[in-house]
Design a protein around this ligand. Structure first.
Ligand code: FES
Length: 105
């Protein structure tokens, strides 16, 4: 069981648990997390799943692939911790991760 906490732009916190293979985006959509539109369904062509991830999990998450980096170049409010939630697979190593949803501009 892996616990992931989402923090919406409004500050509302939603704690979720998952015990199957999925992505952060799919988990967010399943819990109706506000601000995760996921318009392309995870094809990495819309960037509407932009979020911020805690730095101390970056080794477990791994580096973004070139296609994700290309899409991140297009987002507003880009930070060092920016990632596309559809490109992050949830593993047990991510237990306790806090995912902050970016404001929709
Ligand atoms: Fe479209 Fe992530 S859902 S880029």
């Amino acid at each position: 069981m892996t616990t992931i906490k989402f923090v919406e732009a409004s500050g509302r916190e939603i704690v979720t648990t998952v015990n199957r293979e999925t992505t952060l985006m799919e988990l967010a959509v399943a819990h109706n997390i506000e601000g995760v539109l996921a318009e392309c369904g995870g094809a990495c062509v819309c960037a509407t799943c932009h979020c911020y991830l805690e730095e101390n999990y970056s080794e477990s998450i791994g580096e973004p692939a070139p296609i994700e980096l290309m899409m991140l170049d297009e987002v507003l409010n880009l930070k060092e911790s920016s990632r596309l939630a559809c490109q992050v697979d949830i593993t047990s190593d991510l237990d306790g991760l806090v995912v902050t949803i970016t404001p929709i501009a």
